[in-house]
Ligand binder design. Structure first.
Ligand SMILES: CC(C)(COP(=O)(O)OP(=O)(O)OC[C@H]1O[C@@H](n2cnc3c(N)ncnc32)[C@H](O)[C@@H]1OP(=O)(O)O)[C@@H](O)C(=O)NCCC(=O)NCCS
Length: 154
């Protein structure tokens, strides 16, 4: 299986917050943002492994700033690391107003598992690390995986 760079699976998804996406105070409902995060991350994971990948876990979803009705929402999903059958994907969520100004509003870390024809986890291509930033992201993802494993052992 040929290794692939993160650029091959990088995904951008753009949405607009409509009234049906908002809560009672006119900001985006968290569950809607979670769903968009999951979709953007799933596309990245599937672009990397070339097969169906399922969400195994969501380590973090931090809402940093509100997103209001009418805002454009830009979600960027990138591969942080490829393990054996699992992949860590990071998603950043920005709001964009009519002037084009962008503010980081949420960030999430998810793990997806590649599912083979037999319905079992199957090996994924290695991730080619081409920049210092990509190596740092991969190292941090490996540390989070170890922490996850220690937590599940407990
Ligand atoms: C995720 C799933 C495929 C793992 O299956 P499993 O039989 O437990 O697989 P294994 O124990 O062999 O683990 C396979 C890989 O998944 C990883 N994994 C399993 N559970 C995980 C979790 N909760 N978080 C992160 N990674 C996980 C393992 O670390 C392993 O990674 P590796 O191959 O890269 O080393 C299975 O639990 C599943 O189908 N879950 C439901 C997925 C789903 O429906 N998602 C949609 C949510 S609504």
């Amino acid at each position: 299986m040929d290794a692939k760079p993160a650029s091959a699976s990088y995904t951008e998804k753009t949405e607009i917050v409509l009234p049906q996406h908002a809560n009672a105070i006119g900001t985006a409902f968290g569950g809607t943002i979670m769903s968009w995060v999951d979709i953007a991350a799933a596309v990245t994971a599937q672009r990397h492994c070339g097969r169906v990948a399922v969400t195994a876990s969501l380590d973090r979803l931090d809402f940093l700033a509100p997103i209001r009705t009418g805002d454009v929402v830009r979600l960027c999903a990138r591969m942080n690391a490829a393990f054996r059958s699992s992949m860590e994907v990071e998603v950043s969520v920005e709001r964009e107003d009519l002037s084009g100004a962008r503010v980081l509003c949420a960030r999430s870390i998810l793990t997806f598992v590649n599912i083979g024809d037999d319905g079992r986890p199957a090996a994924v291509p290695k991730l080619l690390l081409q920049t210092e930033d990509e190596r740092d992201r991969s190292d941090a993802a490996h540390r989070r995986r170890e922490a996850r494993r220690r937590r599940s052992d407990r």
